[in-house]
Design a protein around this ligand. Structure first.
Ligand SMILES: O=C(O)CCC(=O)C(=O)O
Length: 466
């Protein structure tokens, strides 16, 4: 491992003899504040925990062990923990192993509980930061004893998903770099092995029947299709709050040429992401699970595409799986490099754009709902059926009560074949319905109701802005 030191690699480290990934070595080499003055950093952090000594002592022990590893990689004699062959000596091996045991208690029980008490937003940032830091420690300690593995990458992703928010934290960038490095090393180690179990022919788009949606031709209007509007033109559209389909807006993205299911698996297969399971988020069977991208693809995309024989049918996953509304590109920056935030998004008042990935098989359903922001929904591959209702039609759509978590979702289930019998006045609600095809981008103005179902395996990206 680490046989090809690059020009950017910090010079203080000996890459030839050490088991850690380049990003880990760089972290150990560069992280001075923490190592030179761990107490100060931790004290700042720990003022949030009301003098919580359990955590404080554990964090200090982790920092000391990181410093010992740093000394070892630098081969400084004062650590006394390395032998002349550059291998990890026994005292340091046991120190690392003790820390790993301690992490099971401190991170996975003690801090984990704090992250899961009450609403996610009410968790004190210090706990999330502590979780991130403990994940950094865990990945380095694991890497001391084993080659790059999916288990270590999973620890990085746990830190990225459950710890400090990715974009704001300094420490989170560390886990991003670790995960990237480990994934590419693992890819090299696994070279030649099949990442997805089926050939790319399965990636082809298989149209599914569209069932159960109410059609009311008398209330239907057409959406305008515009080829690559100028910024000025789009600003007018935004002001009029009128939905449009845009062609030619994402042709220049590398994602349009490169992405298919195999490519996503090759690039992100080892990474752990949140997956929504169940027919739709309004159903009783709906839940969420953390899963590796390659497992998600194999269980929820490829199996639903193949002609499954009777004997195989027990292997079919139950329900639909959907990587929905996930900030995937902050977590897996390699994919983020293949897309570009559309310039239209900067015509709003704020320069902040929230980018989310929506990746799944055919038949995913996003029930009819509205969002408060402008939305550009870009279709990279696959096709979706979209129905839009203007905000003026809300009376027919019966949002859940204002106090409900589903306050922006319609109680009218458009997939129900009896929907027009249950809600006869729905036929008066004006709507447009169309197919969002690969390469198109849909502008959804704030508060417009949208129901979206995928007709094939599909990858869409939404950009919310205001
Ligand atoms: O594509 C989907 O399934 C839903 C997208 C959506 O609701 C959104 O972008 O706001």
């Amino acid at each position: 491992m680490m046989e090809n030191p690059t020009a950017e690699a910090p010079t203080c480290l000996n890459y030839h003899t050490k088991p850690l990934s380049q990003a880990m070595l760089a972290f150990l080499c560069e992280e001075d504040t923490l190592f030179h003055d761990p107490k100060r950093l931790l004290d700042d952090e720990l003022s949030l925990y009301d003098g919580d000594n359990t955590l404080k002592l554990a964090l200090l022990k982790m920092v000391r062990t990181l410093v010992s590893i740093k000394n070892w990689v630098n081969k400084t004699p004062q650590s006394g923990n390395h032998n002349e062959h550059g291998q990890l000596g026994e005292p340091l091996r046991s120190q690392v192993s003790n820390c790993l045991t301690m992490l099971d208690i401190v991170r996975d029980t003690y801090v984990w509980e704090q992250l899961n008490v009450g609403h996610w937003k009410t968790v004190a940032p210090g706990w999330r930061r502590a979780y991130t830091f403990l994940c950094i420690c865990k990945t380095i300690f694991m890497a001391i004893f084993q080659k790059p593995s999916m288990d270590i990458i999973k620890e990085c992703d746990m830190g990225l998903l459950m710890g400090e928010p990715i974009t704001y934290g300094i420490l989170d960038n560390v886990l991003l770099r670790f995960a990237q490095d480990l994934s590419s090393e693992l890819r090299v180690l696994n070279e030649g092995e099949e990442v997805v179990k089926k050939p790319s022919s399965l990636v082809q788009e298989i149209p599914l029947p569209v069932v159960g949606r109410s059609q009311c031709p008398e209330s239907r209007f057409e959406i305008e299709l515009i080829d690559n509007p100028s910024l000025e033109h789009f600003l007018n559209i935004m002001k009029k709050q009128c939905p449009v389909l845009i062609s030619g807006g994402i042709d220049h993205w590398p994602a349009r040429r490169k992405w298919n299911i195999e490519y996503i698996c090759k690039t992100a297969g080892f990474r752990t992401v949140p997956v929504e399971l169940g027919s739709k988020y309004t159903s009783d069977d709906w839940t969420q699970k953390l899963m590796r991208v390659e497992d998600f693809v194999n269980s929820y995309i490829l199996k639903t595409c193949t002609n499954i024989t009777k004997e195989d049918s027990s292997e079919l996953p139950r329900g639909v799986g959907y990587i929905a509304q996930h900030r995937l590109f902050e977590q897996i920056t390699e994919l983020g490099e293949d897309i570009k935030v559309p310039d239209y998004c900067f015509l709003g008042e704020s320069k902040q754009v929230e980018t989310n990935a929506w990746f799944g098989p055919g038949n995913t359903v996003s029930p009819n709902h509205y969002d408060p922001k402008h939305n550009l929904l870009a279709q990279v591959f696959g096709a979706k059926l979209v129905r839009l209702y203007p905000p003026s039609e809300s009376q027919y759509l019966r949002p859940f009560p204002a106090t409900s978590i589903l306050f922006n979702t319609s109680q009218v289930d458009l997939d129900d074949p009896l929907v027009l019998e249950k809600y006869p006045d729905l036929r008066h609600a004006k709507y447009c319905e169309f197919i969002l095809s690969p390469g198109s981008m849909l502008y959804i103005p704030p508060k417009w109701w949208h129901y979206i179902t995928s007709l094939t395996p599909s990858f869409s990206i939404s950009f919310w802005f205001e």
